[in-house]
Write a protein of this length. Structure first.
Length: 240
């Protein structure tokens, strides 16, 4: 993956409570901006969670401009709705297995976003291994190829998580919060509903004020982790 990464979540015109949704018009403008840059300055596109609109909305736009992307999937919710997330304005469906295979065949890099989207730093050693190994094996069985990259839920990781990832066979990781000193984890800048094209430019040049704004936003991810605790959210088992 490129050293410069942009992370997206939902690409849809539906009303949504969260800030991670990007409208189709805004996303098309983002892609056009990236396409206008010299090839050596273009970031890689990343998608977390694996929503169906990545296939129905983002994929056609990226293909039109000649781009592929990195897709990080919550494997336990393929084909299901996002009960694990805030759902005040209705639920959103995740990709199907066939859609994931189509994207892989089209040249997209498919990676893990774990099995259940739990904060990895809070898990016991056994649950941590299961979240990593189960998701990796599921994707490899589905695609018939090695899966070597992972995106951390909420961007959270520590030394214990990094050791577990390397033991599981992952070769690289991304976080929307920070890189790791050894280069194993690359920082990806998240793109939000309210970002302008100037915000995108600021992310790409690592403008200090934009990085400060991202740190402030990312700190709010603790709200979802807290919601998981209130709801008694547990690891997901893969459907047969």
């Amino acid at each position: 993956m490129s050293a410069n990464l942009l992370s997206y979540h939902k690409i849809t015109d539906r009303i949504d409570f969260g800030i991670t949704t990007r409208t189709l018009r805004d996303f098309r403008n983002d892609v056009a901006l990236i396409h206008s840059l010299p090839s050596d300055q273009r970031p890689n596109f990343c998608f977390d969670d694996g929503y169906e609109d990545t296939f129905t909305n983002a994929f056609p736009i990226l293909s039109e401009f000649g781009f592929t992307a990195n897709l990080f999937i919550i494997t336990g919710v393929l084909g299901k709705f996002n009960s694990w997330d805030f759902t005040f304005f209705g639920t959103f469906k995740h990709l199907s297995r066939e859609q994931v295979k189509t994207l892989s065949d089209a040249g997209w890099n498919i990676g893990s976003h774990t099995k259940s989207h739990l904060a990895l730093t809070t898990l016991s050693p056994s649950l941590l291994r299961a979240e990593l190994l189960d998701s990796k094996k599921f994707l490899e069985d589905l695609l018939g190829k090695a899966v070597t990259s992972i995106s951390f839920p909420f961007g959270n990781f520590n030394a214990r998580v990094l050791d577990a990832c390397k033991e599981a066979g992952f070769q690289e990781a991304i976080s929307i919060k920070k890189p790791s000193p050894d280069g194993f984890v690359k920082r990806s800048k998240a793109v939000y509903r309210f970002d302008s094209l100037n915000s995108i430019r600021a992310k790409l040049r690592n403008a200090p004020l934009e990085l400060l704004r991202l740190r402030t936003i990312n700190a709010c991810s603790g709200a979802t982790i807290f919601m998981h605790k209130l709801k008694g959210y547990r690891p997901i088992h893969h459907a047969e």
